[in-house]
Design a protein around this ligand. Sequence first.
Ligand code: NAD
Length: 491
Amino acid sequence: MDIGKMYINGEWVTSGDTRDVICPADGSVAGCVCEGTAADVDAAVNAAAKAFPAWSALPVTERAACLLRIADKIEALAGEFARIDTLDNGKPLRDSLGDAYDSAACFRYYAGLIDKPSGGTYLVPDPNTQAMVIREPIGVCGLIAPWNYPLMMAAWKIAPCIAAGNCAVFKPSSLTPLSTVRLFELFDGLGLPPGVANLVMGAGATVGRAIAEHPGIDKVVFTGGTDTGREIMRAAAGNMKGVGLELGGKSPCIVFDDYDLETAVDWALFAIFCNQGEVCSAGSRLILQDTIYEPFLKRLAARAQAIKVARGDAEGAEMGPLVSEAHMNTVLNHIETAKREGARLLCGGHRLTEGEFGKGYFVAPTIFADCSPDMAIVREEVFGPVLAVQKFSAVEEAVALANGTVYGLAGGVFSNDITRALRVVKALRAGITWVNAYHPTFAQAPWGGYKQSGIGRELGTFGLEEYTEIKQININLAPGPAGWFAAGNAS
Ligand code: NAD
């Protein structure tokens, strides 16, 4: 078996250790990659710093051309990328294929954005001063990604980072590094200068931490759990590096009784069970109007039980295994706590073990009804196929329940009364919202959360600005002395 190497300064390098990558569908070894150290981070940071002057000075058209070549190649190899992500993450092939196309779209979007107008000119009180603001790249950025969208998270970070003229040190999750290794093989063959994008692999506690602490890194952009985000902020304080954090969520999906029940059931199902519920923005709390509560739940549970759970590469698979045995056990613990705390189990609530399932990390789609705000299942992120349902009667109650967690990533509202839907969406303390839909995400629109769901935004024009510094330039249009201190006393 080939060992996936790290890519530093345009060279494929190994390190002393290796790590097996496990296929969560059956526990088999899917691949093996180098396990890096803090010294590899040093080497990658040095390479990035060396590459920065030339890369940031390259005409934007040439940087854009590079990104477009990457986008085209990802698209051409979408099927291969999909198979790789399904192998180490477990998600169904149709999901990972969508991720590959979205990743290509992200590189293409930022290739098109970088030569568009940015900055501005300002009228200041002194008519002899022309003030303007320009955007400049930050320098070396450390990028740390989670395992739930392996290729796409790499694209969301690397594309805007290098498009803006920065150089990158990227670390994938150690659970799902395989598609990133393949992505860097494309970089290698497509004319990306050495050092512009570097790949370092390894554990969060060593390699991730070394990136967050490194004095040669000017900004760290991280997607992952809220507790890890807190650690990264602390580690980043040493050299006051900027931080961008995309963290966890416990997002509400609110359904009013005027909306078509069958359609809302379909979206609520998609909101939580898409990607096995391993989605930061998952609609993991369903907030249902009391007038439709029981019929809605009956239909929802029936639909959830009909979801085709299978290994991600099986024909017609709709939901795959969870990413690892450890994560599955975490999810099962959340389920047991919810049972203990008195939530009403409507379906699922257990690991799937019959036949081939027994080798993998499969959990049945699970729904708990009659959840109260104090229950852990309502407050804590599960990051798996587990839905908590709450009931409301008045609009204000729905909003209060929806906003009742420390998170503020996303939220959806279903109602035919568009003024009411918009009022509710505006009252949500969340960065990503939908009306009569849940989940659609586009490279053009900003992604990120309020409260403990993060700092900053990815994607869209905001996502590019996150990778820039703001420089103020003032030009004196009437050159002459400042005249503040009297010149007469000088000899
Ligand atoms: P995680 O926080 O455990 O790990 C994320 C990354 O950080 C991994 O690469 C890991 O190796 C690294 N890491 C771990 N400890 C570190 C440390 N001390 N210093 C530096 N790096 C460290 O998260 P995960 O389990 O990979 O992913 C699941 C979490 O990610 C969920 O909470 C989910 O909500 C969140 N997530 C958020 C978004 C978003 O856009 N808001 C998107 C996807 C996932």
